[in-house]
Design a binder for this molecule. Structure first.
Ligand SMILES: *Cc1c(COP(=O)(O)O)cnc(C)c1O
Length: 368
């Protein structure tokens, strides 16, 4: 690219692969063989149907998603899924368990409570969300309708590296900020959802992967017909995400990103790079003699959102300001954690991590 790009550490919307942006730019005015922009074509056209089908096929290929799971592209972000999940899967007389490991799972609980009976099976709030729970800390409900888990907490930088044992209970996961950063065994879950603007594409859609029997069970429930139609999983399954006008451009961009992921060697190859990037950044934090301090505890550290503090808020503000001037954008942490946050998603270049580490060392030398 001829233009100068900064290192974008934003949590979302976030960095996209440069080849994806270049292809979108090249074909923006007219898709090859179509003569019009993807921004202008009908969502009922053959062209768009092919884009949608290929995007779904590549998502299925990347994660080895079995036939009995549906892949949906819905609007309203991951936030709408906070409501849709309990509206479809939680019924009168049932209980749903929620594991609260940060701000996003806390928000999911607040929405679910409006719909039905919720048991908070674990909350890390008292420790300001520094870790995932140990198995023995979980207060799970036998026979729960489902257990909801946020597998990567974007704000606190806390990630599950292994799913707890939930027995036979259906697992529903918000995977927004680490979706496809590592291999994913879909069969461990009843439903998975992710706002795509973190690791899969631009803002505009949530990717939902849901098992067929859960969709059918929800639709068979007497209260289902009373749900707003846009909030029924079944309608989107029946219409293959084309019940109403979908976010055509966002789906197209996710499609390009999936092709890029396959070119990189898929999820296992991506995971290797992500481990390398995260390991060296955490090593730099840990090797700073306490100047930089990681927020999350060692075993729960996120590979995608690296949260850390500095000796005081003045230095943190100075770091944000000077790093921005040096071409490192979006490092200011979320106000609920403070400090710094480096989001290093799939598309974030390894060289950017190396350069940040260099900047951190320099900054410490001058201000330590
Ligand atoms: C960003 C984020 C959300 C909210 O996504 P929207 O698409 O903005 O609704 C939910 N959960 C997690 C883990 C997130 O990172």
């Amino acid at each position: 690219m001829s233009v100068n790009r900064v290192y974008n550490f934003a949590a979302g919307p976030a960095v996209l692969p440069v080849p994806v942006l270049e292809e979108a730019q090249r074909d923006l005015v007219a898709l090859p063989g179509v003569g019009m922009s993807v921004l202008e074509i009908s969502h009922r056209s053959k062209t768009f149907e092919a884009i949608l089908a290929e995007t779904e096929a590549n998502i299925r290929k990347l994660a080895g998603i079995p036939e009995n799971y549906h892949v949906l592209f819905l609007q309203g972000g991951a936030t709408t899924q906070f409501s849709m999940v309990p509206m479809n899967l939680l019924h009168a007389g049932q209980m749903a368990d929620y594991i609260v490991t940060g701000s996003w799972s806390d928000k999911a609980v607040k929405e679910a409570k409006k719909v039905g009976a919720i048991n908070v099976a674990y909350t890390g709030k008292a420790e300001n969300y520094v870790r995932v729970p140990r198995q023995e800390e979980l207060k799970l409900t036998p026979g729960a309708a489902y257990v909801h888990v946020t597998t990567n907490e974007t704000i606190h930088g806390v990630e599950f590296h292994k799913l707890p044992d939930f027995g036979a209970t259906t697992v529903v996961a918000d995977t927004s900020s680490h979706m496809f950063s590592r291999p994913l065994d879909v069969t461990k879950y009843g439903a998975i959802y992710a706002g795509v603007q973190k690791n899969l594409g631009p803002a505009g859609i949530a990717l939902v992967i849901i098992r067929d029997d859960l969709v059918k069970e929800a639709a068979a429930h007497p209260s289902y017909a009373l749900l707003p139609i846009m909030l029924q999983y079944g309608i989107h399954v029946e219409n293959k995400s084309l019940y109403n006008t979908p976010a055509v451009f966002a789906i197209y961009m996710v499609g390009l990103t999936m092709k890029w992921l396959l070119e990189q060697g898929g999820l296992a190859a991506m995971e290797k790079v992500n481990i390398r990037k995260a390991d060296k950044l955490y090593a730099a934090i840990d090797g700073s003699g306490g100047y930089y301090r990681g927020h999350a505890s060692q075993e729960s550290r996120s590979r995608m959102n690296v949260t850390f503090r500095m000796p005081n808020e003045e230095l943190e503000a100075k770091f944000v300001k000077e790093s921005k001037a040096a071409g490192f954008d979006g490092l200011k942490g979320h106000r609920s954690v403070g400090g710094l946050r480096a989001s290093i998603y799939n598309a974030f270049p390894e060289k950017g991590v190396d350069d940040l580490i260099g900047f951190m060392k320099d900054f410490q030398k001058k201000n330590g």
